[in-house]
Design a protein around this ligand. Structure first.
Ligand SMILES: [Zn+2]
Length: 132
């Protein structure tokens, strides 16, 4: 039986796109799905993995994404849900590989969803990126 550990995160950051050029804030919500076999009752230590993922999210929070050089040039050009999903997929995969796979080699990032909201909570939509 396969188990999945699901973690949600949220941050606020601004961006501008060709379809809406004036810089504006959004609430970005991340849903991460980690697959793995529980070992000693847990897939991973939630506190530790949350903290490790937060350190990847913090450099984007409260920034203007188009000018944030933590993102690739292409992602800075078009900081969309798609771009951020790819960015965080790479970052979180690296964190799991480096810090958590030595303790539980069965874990891998299965999917990530990036949901886009207005600051007042109105939802625009989301993008899901999944390991094939
Ligand atoms: Zn926008």
């Amino acid at each position: 039986m396969r188990s999945q550990l699901i973690l949600h995160f949220e941050f606020i950051a601004s961006h501008s796109l060709s379809v809406r050029e004036t810089p504006h804030d959004h609430r970005w919500r991340l849903k991460t799905v980690i697959q793995g076999e529980p070992q000693n009752g847990m897939i991973l230590n939630m506190v530790e993995v949350r903290s490790a993922f937060q350190t990847c999210i913090a450099p984007l929070a409260q920034t203007y994404l188009n000018d944030n050089d933590r993102l690739s040039p292409a992602a800075q050009q078009t900081p969309t849900c798609e771009s951020l999903a790819a960015h965080f997929f790479d970052q979180f995969t690296a964190v799991l590989t480096d810090r958590f796979c030595p303790g539980n080699p069965t874990v891998r990032l299965q999917a990530i969803e990036v949901e886009l909201y207005e600051p007042d909570g109105q939802e625009w939509g989301s993008v899901r990126l999944e390991q094939s």
